[in-house]
Design a protein around this ligand. Sequence first.
Ligand SMILES: CCOC(=O)[C@H]1CN(C(=O)c2ccc(F)c(F)c2)CC(C)(C)c2c1[nH]c1ccccc21
Length: 233
Amino acid sequence: KEKVEITKAQRALMKVIVDAYNRHKIPQDVAKKLLQDQYSAEENFLLLTEMATSQVQVLVEFTKNIPGFLSLNHEDQIALLKGSAVEAMFLRSAQVFSQKMPNGHTEVLEERIRKSGISEEFMTPMFNFYKSIGELHMIEEEQALLTAITILTPDRPFVKDQQAVERLQEPMLEVLRKLCVLQHPQEPQYFARLLGRLTELRTLNHYHAEMLTSWRMNDHKFTPLLCEIWDVQ
Ligand SMILES: CCOC(=O)[C@H]1CN(C(=O)c2ccc(F)c(F)c2)CC(C)(C)c2c1[nH]c1ccccc21
């Protein structure tokens, strides 16, 4: 039986990541607004673009607090942010969506999201992902570490010094592995299940690119920041 222990240094790293993550929790006010009143599809879409824009700003602040990130090559910092922005958005969405809400609110929220001018074919994989994240009942340390691990994915397009990114990602993976063993002793495969979600998350990149095309068809407007990060012309 492996005796797992988180070292002082690992605890310090985890604290930095969790504090950064909590300082930048996206305001839930957009979700509340969506729940409050019945809006038109256009108004829902506008609320969602507002939510996405503030999430990108939050993501940049969180990323800057990842130890070592600001010492990476500057172009690589941008490549990591652009490469992980959509995945971080869906990971955060899943966490917001699977939070305990008063009875019936989750269903109302799902229904409002479905009525925001997004093609049905993308909703199924998206809500399946939200449910698979919800079933994990992640604690905030796991959520924060998983988000940092997603951002520090070495094989994003245009990353030049992949080894430098690996050197930052590996300690995060090791802390998360230990945390999973300590947090879920009855479930030795829990860490593997978490990483499996990151694979599922990558498939959502593809759906998001497709969504963008369909939104552009119906001339949906985006903010300058979203155009930049989502490569919308
Ligand atoms: C955390 C930041 O997330 C977003 O901004 C997502 C939110 N998305 C959600 O499913 C979602 C989850 C929980 C909620 F409480 C909620 F309100 C929405 C996914 C998507 C519908 C694809 C989207 C977002 N922003 C957009 C902008 C334009 C078009 C589509 C989206």
